[in-house]
Design a protein around this ligand. Sequence first.
Ligand code: ATP
Ligand code: MG
Length: 434
Amino acid sequence: MSKTFQKLKAIRGMNDILPAESFKWQQLEAQITQLLSLYGYSNIRTPILESTRLFARGIGEVTDIVEKEMYTFSMSPDKQNIDDMLTMRPEFTAGIVRAAIEHNITYDRPQRLYTMGPVFRHERPQKGRYRQFHQLSVEALGFSGADTDAELIIMLKRLWQQLGLEDIRLELNSLGQPEERLAHRAALIAYFEQHKEQLDEDAQRRLYSNPLRILDTKNPNMQTLANQAPKLFDFLGQASKAHFAEVCRRLEQAGISYTLNPRLVRGLDYYNLTVFEWVTDRLGAQGTVCGGGRYDGLCELLGGKATPAAGFGLGLERLLALLEQKESEQLNSECDVYFVHQGQAASELAAQLAEQCRDQGVRAIVHAGTSSFKSQFKRADQSGAQWAAILGESEVNEGSISLKPLRADKNGNISSQLSVPQAQLVTTLTEHLA
Ligand code: ATP
Ligand code: MG
């Protein structure tokens, strides 16, 4: 044994999860499993390797994933026939639908299914973007109604709340039905053909293969062009519009706010009607935590009988990154409540009330000196405090104090602004901070 073994490293873009971290994974997986059981979802597990045809068909031939991100190989290198090719799943939906057809599990009733595990995409590794990453995939097979679309979204909102996550917003769109998309596609191609000189290389390539995806461009020079393009929404028929309106109505009933994003098209081409993404600004460019929608045509496309369905995929690495950020913010906060005040009387009162807070273990900072409310609030925000306690002239005269929430509480809820008698300040704060 003269030669020493050359040390190896994990494959680029594929991460080890060591014990200190895997503890957090287990915690998160347990919370997710518990939430899904509240909505009647059952676990399904499918193989990592599937026949390439499943994705080359299921996902469509022209999406980024199929075009350039799949780990595909053949066990008999002399045969490069697509029927001999295997692919490491780049997502779960196609595999789950394949399994549902193979075992005919929706023959007597619809199925609510979920799974968690690694998926593989050969894209450029960076923060929040890996080559092996993990998804929670939730699939409601055999459900055609807007009630299901809305319930999936409401369930996700509950997850953010349980995890104490704020700053995740919902974007919504409808892709209509294939015929409606076809009419829009023709209009889109005609529009882009008229402005061919403004298309970048990616857009040129997609012009005839997947023009819808051009709308999703990140190129700043193409934003105006994309914004002014014909809107798919204007091509939707009555039934598609009604479906979408019901999703929106149900979300409003559940108190969930959303933004309509006509340019939201998703990276997988089997979607129809509702599509949605949950997005955050806290993760830089990799801000999409979860994406999903309705895929009524997929089952038939994969050789099964027509089965309406909806679902979503959620990136667990990105969710964990958000949780970590929140944790470090909480640890780094300088105080629980930051007093802002105006005038001599208010300043003295703030000092006294802050002492009462500290008596009860509530960490308090009183803004030192005098400055405008605006700059005091800026400091309050920087302190990491949960609340700003405001003493202006009217509060001093009324014997009250205003409490403005600066961030969400542990459960992800942001309270409304309160006004309480000064004598009740400490108990109000301790109740809300508990
Ligand atoms: P993106 O626009 O970020 O590439 P996508 O549209 O390709 O996302 P989906 O196919 O919808 O993503 O997958 C669902 C979720 O999986 C995403 O919302 C994201 O949270 C996560 N995800 C996707 N690709 C990666 C990756 N390479 N590394 C880590 N997480 C990922
Ligand atoms: Mg992608």
